[in-house]
Write a protein that binds this ligand. Sequence first.
Ligand code: EPZ
Length: 425
Amino acid sequence: MESYLIEGGHKLSGEVSITGAKNAVLGIIAAACLSDEVSTIENVPHIQDVYKFIEIIKRIGAKVQFNNNVLRIDPKGINQTDCSDQAYNFNKLRASYYLLGTFLGRFNGGKVPRPGGCAIGDRKINLHLDGFRQLGAKVDDNVMITVKSSGLKGGDILLEFPSVGATINLMIAASLAKGVTHISNAAKEPHIVDVANFLNRMGAKIRGAGTEDITITGVDKLHGTEYSVIPDQIETGTYMIAAAATESDIVIKNTIPIHMKSLIDVFKQMGIPVETNEDEIYVMAKRPFKAVQVSTAPYPGFPTDLQQPLAVLMILADGQSRIKENIFESRLGYLNELKKIGAKAKIYDDKKTATIDGVNELNGDEVELITPDLRAGAALVIAALVSDGTTRIKDIHYIDRGYEDFEEKLNKLGAKVARLDDEVV
Ligand code: EPZ
């Protein structure tokens, strides 16, 4: 296992470039496998979730090349739709369940182990499976999930919650169904639009992605295509928060500022000025920060994936801030790790509400923090950057799932982050 050793107290400066959106790429990989023709996807981040998904599709027959952020997928050779022998891989990657949509769309069925993913809540998949049923599939939901159909038929699906995963999975499956599918109360995140744009480049007929009503008119076949993934909204927000926490001047390049509106609004409430142009964001933060109340919500609301990093700014603010986590059942536990370096936080019994009282400084010297999940890991790193002394952060494999070259990018900005092999030290 590996850890970070982070020497705090260094201001950052310079520029950082954002890579492609993890949560778009994972849907795009499954979508590319709907065709038997080659797709070439640019701006793909070199992160563990992508490598894991590549491993899964290679095991079922796809040919894949992945160099310098360019992913070439040749899905012609996919000849296995029973992934029972890949439980280890599926357990490591929640997005692996997108293959259910692929298998239904292209092969009229398949079998996959239950998906894993960050331990931030129940992570149910009932909305995916009910949606498949409404397209005419038979679904057997046990240790393995088996889906079968004699050819999907378009249908009207109302999602009781605007689930990102269910919206993507159902767009994938419905693209090759006979007839028209309507998804109501669909998720509207930027990565939903990106997956829909990719599918349309393959010849799909999807309208309304980015709104709560998506219409998919099934087609007989999809062809390969070329595509470039949008910049990652959550990576962008992570560096914005790191810049603010360290009161640094950083230019964040290759972004889509409009995707960051909810975070920019929170920065304004905290007294943190932000300047943007067409693809750059410039954060100029000087404490004191004003305390703030944030409730997470589906896009365009405040993203649950930035709640954890944002908590570090609340810790550094004057007064009491409040977080209400409305998307996942237990995504506040990381605050107990931050208390080890001086944060003052209270998690309420509902495990979805917390108050944070600002402190003047944090001290991580000789302290060991344990990473509970991907975005909490980013929060711990940002807290260590502004702590006195040298903080150790363990289990950083969670961070490697979603941030490309995290320590390299931070060190290029002037941070002091070392990656250590726990077995060696
Ligand atoms: C995606 O997860 C992202 N992961 C998550 O990012 C992100 O936090 C989440 O969307 C919300 O934006 C990927 O895209 C791979 P949901 P997903 O379906 O699809 C409940 C990260 O850090 N629900 O919108 O799992 C579910 O339990 C990760 O990059 C059901 O009840 O999110 C949760 O409470 C973490 N039944 C809520 O909906 C279902 O069938 C939101 O889930 C599906 C979901």
